[in-house]
Design a protein around this ligand. Structure first.
Ligand code: CU
Length: 147
């Protein structure tokens, strides 16, 4: 005759249930808030030839509407980074609903603006390409789009 498995003591079962529930809640909260934390309105970036501050007006961005992206680019001395060619590509995270590319124009020395249209509400990745002289730099951020 096979020995019967001893049932776990009720207290151990309860403790396990509490641990599992706690882990599930922690996981859910992390998942719920991870997007917002990584996609603020304003992000700061450093690249080999300078720094830039990237902001999106009226954040979160509005799906199927033009949203103004502005970039304030400075060189390593803190002076305006003038005369660069900037373009942004938007693609949605985990989806293939289509990429959106647009050019930025220099509105003031070192200040570049452009209009981008996310196609759907959700989390998007924005890739900035900055060309200056014969150098090309690529920087990324995330952004949230809503209805
Ligand atoms: Cu999509």
């Amino acid at each position: 005759m096979l020995p019967q498995n001893k049932p776990l003591a009720p207290r151990i079962k309860l403790a396990l249930a509490i641990i599992i529930l706690g882990m599930a809640i922690a996981f859910l909260l992390t998942w719920l808030f991870s997007g917002k934390e990584t996609a603020p309105q304003i992000t700061e970036h450093a690249f080999e030839s300078g720094n830039l501050i990237w902001s999106i007006e009226g954040y979160p961005a509005k799906a199927l509407h033009e949203n103004t992206f502005s970039l304030h680019v400075t060189n390593l001395n803190g002076a305006p980074f003038e005369g660069a060619d900037l373009a942004i590509k938007l693609d949605m995270l985990g989806m293939v609903c289509g990429d959106v590319e647009f050019q930025m124009t220099e509105a003031a020395p070192g200040k570049y603006t452009g209009e981008g249209i996310p196609l759907m509400p959700g989390m998007w990745k924005a890739t900035l390409t900055l060309e200056a002289g014969n150098q090309t730099y690529t920087l990324e951020r995330r952004l949230e789009a809503v209805h």
